[in-house]
Design a protein around this ligand. Structure first.
Ligand code: 4AD
Length: 465
């Protein structure tokens, strides 16, 4: 390519006087009385656009004066020290080629003004051109690269787990069915049930809710593994922290206890937040200024302090003693709802909490039963502002205890035969967790709704684009 990213120009990779070509989209343009036009050109490579100064001596100056927000341009220009206050460097245009006009500036949905976040959601194909979604997108990228780097540096192997599966990992029945059967002419068995033996895979299959069970198989051979991929939940939750399609990071570690992976989660979160502070200072400054004034402090505090560990049973006592009237009443045995999680993380601790040892009746079949026979070695990490961002556990590695648990939950050994094999052939204690990627991005940026931190959100009733 013959052109260079705007970020390279603004960061001074080219000397004053050097000629460069940048290509991108016009954010704003204004004319000065002195016969110049100032064009702010952005290309997504950093938060700021570069200021291009076009003189009226340019042969297509009349066209340049018709440029509006959203037009695409290719600018060849000389790097120049800026006389204005803002950026140190700007560009003196030698040539401004107009690549694509905006057909009617009055109807351009991303005209340069403040739009509500709901309005931007309705224009998901154009919203990446805005400051806020551009910044979210770069932070999202920074976080995912940092996550892979963290695991790579620590000797983990990335496993691609399947998206189509026959297992309901979480046992919650919130799965999207995958089928090639003709819905209007479903084959039926003698018992009057849909005959899935005639379906593509010869059985009922779904979009995965978690890669965990599959990644456990590789853990039982490669020791330290993780998945990072899309997961799907058909839960009808219209909240600011639920998506029907979201990305999850799931490490799984052999010979590791619950506390080992709680430590891993803490190290990982600190590593990736530090990466954001170091690599995306421009975007974080914007979030702190416009979205959440605490955005940078929060990350700095997370990086420099130890996570508080708390037992579920103690949390129930704290909630009861809080004097708060919660919408969902608190008693031992209930699942913590978002109001409880937020009270604990925001008001009680004022930072992330590793919540451990939940009642077994509210948790999944694969979690390791504790000696009290009432709780399981499960953990959630609760973060201020968003609540649960991580769910994990030590897995039940004892075949006899696992079989008892399957029976108790009405699940068949046959359906989990390959999973049971891991307990039959060289079983080992092992633990892992799942980090909801969109919840992490929301936490880091201070964005209020996970729909605004994923390019194309999928929620009940919404699969546009
Ligand atoms: O707690 P969950 O359901 O755990 C699992 O799926 C385990 N199999 C993970 C493991 O141990 N390998 O989900 C893990 C995380 C949650 O803490 C949350 O951050 C996120 O996934 N999550 C969602 N994020 C957005 N929309 C949804 N509908 C989500 N459901 C879960």
């Amino acid at each position: 390519m013959t052109h260079v990213p705007v970020v390279d120009v603004l960061q001074g990779r080219f000397a004053v006087g050097e000629t460069v070509t940048v290509k991108g989209w016009v954010r704003t343009r204004r004319d000065s009385k002195a016969g110049l036009s100032f064009i702010a050109v952005h290309d997504g490579s950093c938060f700021d656009p570069v200021q291009v100064i076009a003189l009226n001596s340019l042969e297509n100056y009349a066209d340049i004066q018709r440029l509006t927000a959203g037009c695409s341009v290719s600018v060849t220009a000389t790097v120049k020290a800026s006389e204005g206050k803002g950026q140190a460097l700007e560009l003196d245009a030698e040539r401004v080629e107009i690549v694509g006009w905006v057909e009617n500036p009055d109807t351009y949905p991303m005209a340069a003004k403040r739009h509500s976040i709901e309005y931007l959601r309705e224009h998901a194909h154009l919203r990446p051109r805005t400051n806020v979604i551009g910044a979210v997108t770069r932070i999202r990228n920074c976080l995912s690269q940092a996550i892979h780097r963290f695991f790579h540096e620590n000797g983990y192997v990335w496993i691609s787990t399947p998206i189509m599966t026959a297992s309901d990992t979480e046992g919650a029945g919130e799965m999207f069915r995958v089928s090639t059967l003709d819905m209007l002419n479903l084959p039926m068995t003698d018992k009057g049930e849909v005959d899935y033996s005639q379906d593509f895979f010869g059985k009922e299959t779904y979009l995965t809710v978690s890669g965990q069970l599959n990644v456990e198989t590789y853990c039982a051979a490669m020791s330290k593994v993780y998945t990072f991929g899309p997961t799907f939940r058909a839960e009808n939750s219209n909240t600011s922290r639920h998506l029907a399609e979201f990305w999850m990071i799931e490490p799984e570690v052999a010979f590791a206890s619950l506390d080992d992976v709680a430590g891993l989660a803490e190290d990982m979160l600190k590593y990736v937040c530090k990466a954001v502070l170091e690599e995306r200072a421009d975007d974080m400054a914007f979030f702190a200024q416009r979205i959440d004034k605490d955005a940078i402090n929060r990350l700095e505090k997370l990086v420099s302090s130890d996570f508080v560990h708390m037992d579920y049973t103690d949390a129930i006592d704290i909630l009861k003693a809080s004097g708060k009237s919660f919408e969902f009443p608190v008693e031992w045995g209930v699942d913590l709802s978002s109001e409880h999680e937020r009270y604990l993380a925001e008001e009680h601790v004022g930072g992330p909490i590793v919540m451990k040892n939940y009642p077994k009746d509210i948790k999944a079949f694969y979690m390791r039963i504790n000696d009290d026979e009432k709780t399981v070695a499960a953990m959630d990490i609760l973060a201020p502002g968003i609540g649960e961002i991580i769910g994990g556990s030590q897995r039940e590695e004892r075949l006899d205890v696992f079989d008892r648990r399957l029976e108790e939950m009405g699940l068949s050994q046959e359906d989990y035969s390959w999973y049971r094999d891991l307990r039959r052939y060289g079983t080992v204690p092992h633990s892992g967790f799942g980090l909801g990627f969109e919840r992490l991005v929301a936490y880091v940026t201070g964005m209020q709704n996970v729909r605004d931190v994923i390019p194309f959100p999928r929620t009940p009733g919404n699969a546009q684009y």
